[in-house]
Ligand binder design. Structure first.
Ligand SMILES: [Zn+2]
Length: 274
């Protein structure tokens, strides 16, 4: 499943190239998770002002003026975007094409949990429904240790699940939550409200570190990025604990353990995480 780093790397792969482009046409394939919400023909003639990211959504700002609205793209479980001068004829899993004067942006999504939604503005109900409850951006300036700690103090759930919930800090998926908790030395079942400021500060740094490294690693493969993501997650970090149950911890040598929290697998080391 594309996580925040993959979505950010996707954004970096085409944002500069599509900015300023004029939309020629939009083509829809099979229904996605949510409907586009506008006649695709009306997008023709608008321009692409830029591409931002909020959580795992890409926000394609349309112009020429702000009233042209924006497109919110989500990759769901299996989606990938490719931007190229031209694409082959759409295959059975190509469900959205945005043809522009600079190239064609194509969404391929075999499982169709992804979506492309038009909204007249970022504060319009269509957008607020998707973005309104997202926590702060983990790589942005609003994610700071004190506010993070204050948010943790109000939450009784296990820290791993608080990270995944996304309403305190957004976009920390299953892999990155496990890895950040390992780096911070925090047991994933620890009640969030009991985490001290010092430990919250370590976790804050660890979250930023794992996500930033993943973006960086993905960014270095941008050259090969024009077609799709590697389904193998080829820029996944060398994991310390994730998916390593039974293997020796890279720090202390104890066997990495696996448990299930909220139906998601969590990996951790009892030697390193208290
Ligand atoms: Zn260990």
């Amino acid at each position: 499943m594309p996580e925040l780093p993959e979505v950010e790397v996707t954004r970096l792969s085409f944002a500069d190239r599509i900015a300023g482009a004029r939309i020629l046409s939009a083509r829809l394939g099979k229904p996605l998770r949510w409907a586009l919400g506008v006649d695709p023909a009306t997008l023709a003639g608008r321009t692409v002002r830029g591409v931002r990211r909020r959580g795992k959504y890409l926000l394609v700002d349309l112009g020429p003026d702000a009233g042209a609205g924006l497109l919110l793209l989500h990759l769901g479980m299996s989606g990938s975007l490719a931007f190229a001068d031209a694409h082959p004829a759409p295959g059975p899993h190509d469900h959205f094409d945005l043809a522009t004067s600079r190239g064609v942006l194509r969404l391929n999504d075999p499982r169709r949990f992804g979506a492309v939604v038009w909204a007249p503005a970022e504060d319009a109900p269509e957008a607020v429904k998707l973005l309104g409850r997202l926590g702060v951006e983990p790589l942005g300036p609003d994610f700071d240790p004190q506010a993070f700690h204050a948010g943790l103090r109000q939450r009784q759930a296990p820290i791993k699940q608080v990270l995944l919930a996304g309403d305190l800090v957004v976009g920390v998926g299953n892999i990155y939550a496990s890895e950040a908790l390992f780096l911070a030395g925090i047991h994933p079942a620890t009640r969030a409200s009991r985490i001290s400021l010092a430990r919250a500060t370590r976790l804050h740094a660890a979250v930023r570190d794992v996500l930033a490294r993943a973006v960086q690693k993905g960014g270095s493969t941008l050259r090969d990025f024009s077609n799709a993501f590697g389904e193998s997650g080829y820029f996944q970090l060398e994991a310390m604990v994730y998916d390593r149950a039974g293997q020796p911890c890279r720090v202390c040598g104890a066997a990495v353990r696996r448990m299930v929290q909220g139906q998601r697998a969590t990996y951790y080391c009892t030697g390193c995480q208290k």
